[in-house]
Write a protein that binds this ligand. Sequence first.
Ligand code: FES
Length: 145
Amino acid sequence: MYTEKVMDHFEHPRNVGEIENASGTGTVGNAKCGDIMRIYLDIDDDQIIRDVKFKTFGCGAAVATSSMATELIKGKSVQEAMAVTNKAVCEALDGLPPVKVHCSLLAEEAIHAALWDYATKHGIEISGLQKPKSDIGEEEVEEDY
Ligand code: FES
């Protein structure tokens, strides 16, 4: 059901942890399953992502996609990181089962939320970046179950 790459990143997730005094952090949640992800970015003066760490309280697919997403954005510029969409992450993992594709959205949203945090703190504009809608602090609890 899962590709070898997904299993590898699930069993040996890269870049797990946190960064003290991170340049930007983003926390997002999936209201349906309750899974939560936080991303920490260390960005230098040239807007290059020097380090990235994540913590995921979530399913295996969420762990694997966050792990791959952190690998894909490490060493990239903040603008290049915008191209790391959930689709790009899924492709890098050789695909996810269709019912699990939504899990990969958490990684993309968490990266965007962390970039937004960085951009607002530093007065920088990142083209194409929008205010995160599912910041966990503001999230409304769905009551449909
Ligand atoms: Fe919640 Fe995968 S089931 S992120």
